[in-house]
Design a protein around this ligand. Structure first.
Ligand SMILES: Cc1ncc(C[n+]2csc(CCOP(=O)(O)OP(=O)(O)O)c2C)c(N)n1
Ligand code: SF4
Ligand SMILES: [Mg+2]
Length: 206
């Protein structure tokens, strides 16, 4: 079956949202690698990034906040022939779902996790996430964030040195495409941390 992986629903992100770049890069790499859409399953977390659920035309599940990796692990265990992907935000993957991220990395299960890391809970209009810089004034920390941010790439490298784990700035398009390609080709667990600025609520981080 041929497919450009895109549904006929127009994305509802804010104008200029950097999730458009992630969406385009994933489509390009699925096509370039000739990934069989019949064997592709996407698991979406909750949030602006997770809303990609409506914009891809593949098999998939729009899961619960923080639970997309748990779904993906189950799918891969049941059918190892599937290409199993996860798309989510820093709040869902590094906060509510961090235990699942660590478990998947420890098991080196062959799923591909793509995180739109915008350093905020954006869908809910800009509260702190685990990657929000210390001192940042956000809706949930009006006097400044008192917590140190976590560093997901460094964290996962301490969990398992056999896995693929890299961070890339969303605006570096060649590197973004190359990193996604290598993650999809890797024969085990892969995390691509895609740093970006939420154009609606990110200004408060500066
Ligand atoms: C279990 C649960 N807790 C909280 C929420 C409310 N909620 C919906 S989206 C969201 C924030 C999402 O932030 P992130 O995962 O970083 O995604 P982004 O919107 O930034 O892409 C929250 C807290 C929820 N839907 N479910
Ligand atoms: S709130 Fe931020 S992350 Fe969400 S759609 Fe708008 S720009 Fe994108
Ligand atoms: Mg976020």
């Amino acid at each position: 079956m041929t497919n450009n992986f895109r549904s006929n629903i127009t994305p509802t992100w804010c104008p200029g949202c950097q999730n458009y770049l992630v969406y385009a890069a994933l489509q390009k790499n699925f096509a370039d690698l000739k990934i069989n859409v019949d064997n592709l399953i996407m698991n979406y977390d909750i949030g602006c990034a997770g809303n990609m659920a409506d914009f891809f035309k593949t098999y998939g599940a729009h899961t619960l906040h923080g639970r997309s990796i748990a779904m993906a692990m189950g799918e891969k265990i049941v059918n190892p022939n599937l290409t199993v992907c996860v798309i989510g935000g820093d709040g869902g993957i590094y906060g509510e779902g961090l235990n699942h991220l660590v478990a998947a990395a420890r098991a080196n299960i062959n799923i591909k996790v793509f995180v739109s890391n915008n350093f905020l809970y954006s869908l809910t209009t800009g509260q702190t996430s685990p990657t929000t810089p210390k001192g940042a004034h956000t809706k949930s920390t009006p006097t400044g964030n008192i917590n140190e941010p976590i560093h997901p790439v460094e964290l996962l490298k301490t969990v398992n040195q056999e896995i693929f784990v890299e961070s890339v700035d969303v605006k570096d398009i060649p590197k973004l495409n190359n990193t996604i390609k290598r993650a999809l080709e890797f024969s085990g667990f892969a995390l691509v941390d895609i740093t970006q600025e939420c154009v609606a609520f990110g200004k408060q981080l500066k």
